[in-house]
Design a protein. Structure first.
Length: 145
């Protein structure tokens, strides 16, 4: 597998059922967009109800080390629906999709360098943790292609 060996039951253990349900719903809608994915960990941008995307990072099989930029997580430090959506999206994806996700930032860097942008590397670094910027850059790159 090109991703951490997530154990879904362990991830959602002790989590309110409604939160798990919302996370699964987000995954089903395709709201968790994988930005980096390897056995060492996953970074995803997960869209929320108000169209704001949050940044989720997780690597432990039970997601005990998960971090999310949403208010819920900031308030409680507990695994939120965005973490559930991320884990579920990874578990549902085939290996090729996961590999493709992991090539996403290198691909963007290549495209920016082809455009001879001096700040390509810094931009990609910023876009890792900035869902709006990542979408913008990928949109530009796609439009230029
Ligand atoms: Zn969250």
């Amino acid at each position: 597998m090109h991703a951490p060996a997530f154990d879904f039951d362990a991830v959602v253990r002790d989590m309110p059922e409604a939160r798990v349900g919302r996370g699964l719903n987000y995954a089903e809608k395709g709201w968790a967009s994988l930005v980096e994915c390897s056995p060492q960990g996953v970074l995803a941008h997960v869209l929320g109800e108000r169209g704001i995307a949050f940044v989720v990072e997780v690597s432990a099989p039970d997601a005990s080390d998960a971090r999310c930029t949403c208010e819920d997580f900031a308030d409680t430090g507990l695994r939120c629906k965005h973490v559930v959506a991320t884990v579920k999206t990874v578990l549902d994806a085939d290996d090729e999709t996961l590999k493709d996700a992991d090539e996403r930032l290198p691909r963007l860097l290549d495209m920016l360098e082809m455009e001879e942008r001096d700040d390509a590397f810094a931009l990609v670094e910023r876009a890792r943790r900035d869902p709006v910027l990542l979408r913008e850059l990928e949109g530009e790159a796609a439009a230029d292609a």
